[in-house]
Design a protein around this ligand. Structure first.
Ligand code: PEP
Ligand code: MG
Length: 588
């Protein structure tokens, strides 16, 4: 049997994109195109009539969006469905409506022209933004603009599909994605959009495989063509050959079988053959979903990237809004614990301050920014405390690089506790506080830092970037971003041993925990728990249950003596072969 790499390197009928939601689907393509609405710049005579047409169109648009919002609420959590709530708010924006009305009066042009022009101005600003998030939001606004114009022209959109198809489209708005998913959609393929596009987020939430950013699928694929969508590797195969079809049918069958086997492990513990239990927790972020956490067999949430709320909402929620989100999370996961990492803003993440930093990764990021903005920090801490009455919430600080930051954060937390006590509001008095170790200074000082807190979690995504001086998102230097570098392995060993000395539990929540190759090494290094994207938990559990702790310790000791990444990876591969343990990609 060929490998994925061999199949793809010889495939001339492949279209490359980004794997946005995992899965393999073979099926019929359905080209989803929306009629391009022509906007007329006609002069108008009856201004009052034009204004009342506008109100009618906006009312109709609101009604449609409300319906979509209800469907979204049924299918997804509140944070995700808030996309539509945000769109509804734009339709209620008095400043925008006033401006459109004023222009209709002064320019005496058709409302559809003014709507198009006025909303396009907003969009251009967003498209010019450096942030992927803002560019994606410009697409959402396109949906509102088109919706109002269509309603002004009294036209309808078709989003009904009557049989199982793969939807291929230029781009999909969140509303399209939701409406189409009510029908029989097998997978999504879009020319535009990235991993953070809402269509991608929604596909992952709904478990529909997706490949986005293919650039030219809509021109290469015809309606009714047979295609293969590979949401793992991010490829679409057009009119597959017999060999390709056989290959992917086999992969799909294996995947279904593996998923069934893994489901059976859901209630089993992640324990090695010789009895060492590793707690498996879930990371919840853009690609995570609370329902998946519950079904994945995780014992709780080890990393809740709270800054994602800001990405979803595009603004800072109030204390009560935050408390509602955290309480819901805590109740849903109970009796499991939820580790809420306070806003990690800055670096490549959500930026809200209107200033550019020359080196954002080395700038005002994570806990540094929160300490500089105590009102924002306190609002979040108060919200977390307010939702901690179920006693299953922990707080975690990102990007800690000095002891002073830990002590100042503790002072702020104490201040919030005191305020709540005075206000007679209940909270968990023993709420645990932890830090992420993701900066070399924190790694070196692990013993002293961990003494100050209740737990430690190693963030390898950043730790590797700062140890190796390699931007984690820069393709040009990705070869140097080595999670298996001896530098990283020895640093992990140092952090784990030093934290042990202060008798505090140590976890790891970087992507490395989701890499099945790393698993035996991480067990052997002595971690107590690991946190990873929920969908990878069953795979990790399977590997842990096939390992012997004493053998993984030997492997770790062997790796600690090696000098290059290649040697370390080689030693782990050998461990897998010698112990007859298969990895996922070898299975499917
Ligand atoms: C990390 O740095 O490893 C981590 C888990 O945090 P993030 O990826 O959100 O920076
Ligand atoms: Mg990090």
């Amino acid at each position: 049997m060929k490998t994925f790499k061999e199949i793809y390197s010889s495939a001339e009928n492949k279209i490359a994109g980004i794997g946005a939601a995992p899965g393999i689907i073979i099926g019929e393509a359905h080209l989803f195109t929306k009629e391009k609405l022509q906007v007329s710049k006609a002069d108008i005579e009856d201004i009052e009539k034009a204004k009342s047409n506008l109100i009618e169109a906006i009312t109709k648009s609101k009604k449609e969006l409300n319906k979509i919002f209800l469907v979204a609420r049924e299918k997804m959590d509140d944070v995700r469905s808030a996309i539509f709530e945000a769109q509804l708010m734009i339709l209620d924006d008095p400043v925008l409506l006033d401006e459109i009305n004023k222009r209709i009066e002064t320019e005496k042009k058709s409302p559809e022209y003014i709507v198009d022009d006025e909303i396009s101005k907003y969009q251009s600003k967003m498209i010019l933004s450096h942030e992927a998030y803002m560019k994606e939001r410009a697409l959402d606004i396109e949906d509102i603009k088109q919706r109002i114009i269509r309603n002004l022209q009294k036209k309808r959109w078709q989003s009904k599909i009557d049989h199982n198809v793969i939807v291929v489209s230029d781009s999909l708005t969140p509303a399209d994605t939701i409406l189409l998913s009510r029908n029989k959609v097998l997978a999504f393929v879009t020319d535009h959009g990235g991993i953070t596009s809402h269509a991608a987020i929604i596909s992952r939430s709904l478990n529909i495989p997706a490949v986005v950013g293919t650039h030219n699928s809509t021109s290469m694929i015809k309606d009714g063509d047979e295609i293969i969508v590979d949401g793992f590797y991010g490829y679409v195969i057009k009119k597959p050959t017999v060999e390709q079809k056989e290959f992917f049918t086999e992969k799909r069958n294996r995947l279904i079988k593996l998923q069934k086997e893994l489901e059976e492990l859901k209630d089993e513990k992640a324990v090695t053959k010789d009895g060492r239990e590793i707690k498996l927790l879930a990371n919840v972020d853009v690609s995570g979903e609370i329902d998946v956490v519950v079904t994945s067999g995780a014992s709780g949430i080890g990393l809740y990237r709270s800054e994602q709320i800001l990405n979803e909402l595009g603004e800072f929620p109030s204390e009560d809004e935050q408390a509602a989100i955290y309480s819901k999370l805590a109740t849903r996961i109970y009796p499991g614990t939820v580790t809420i990492r306070v806003f990690d803003i800055g670096g490549d993440k959500f930026r809200f301050l209107n200033f550019e930093e020359p080196n954002p990764f080395l700038g005002l990021r994570g806990i540094r920014l929160l300490i500089e903005n105590p009102v924002m920090f306190k609002t979040q801490i108060r919200a977390i405390l307010k939702s901690s009455t179920t006693k299953n919430i922990k707080v975690m600080l990102p990007m800690v690089s000095t002891l002073k930051e830990i002590r100042e954060s503790k002072r702020i937390i104490e201040e919030c506790k005191k305020e709540l006590t005075e206000e007679k509001i209940n909270y968990d008095q023993e709420i645990q506080l932890g830090i992420m170790i993701e900066v070399p200074s924190a790694a070196v000082m692990a013993r002293d830092f961990s003494k100050e807190v209740d737990f430690v979690s190693i963030g390898t995504n950043d730790l590797v970037q700062y140890l190796m001086a390699v931007d984690r998102g820069n393709d040009l230097v990705s070869e140097l971003y080595q999670e298996f570098s001896p530098v990283v392995i020895n640093t992990l060993k140092h952090i784990i041993d030093e934290t042990r000395k202060s008798k505090k539990p140590v976890s790891l929540c970087g992507e490395m925990a989701a890499d099945t190759l790393a698993m035996p090494l991480l067990i052997g290094l002595g971690l107590d728990s690991m946190s990873m994207s929920p969908s990878t938990i069953p795979y990790a559990k399977r590997i842990i249950r096939s390992c012997e702790f004493k053998k993984t310790k030997r492997l770790a000791n062997q790796c600690l003596k090696l000098q290059t990444e290649e040697e370390i990876k080689g030693a782990i591969e050998e461990f897998f072969t010698k112990n007859k343990i298969t990895r996922t990609r070898q299975i499917i």
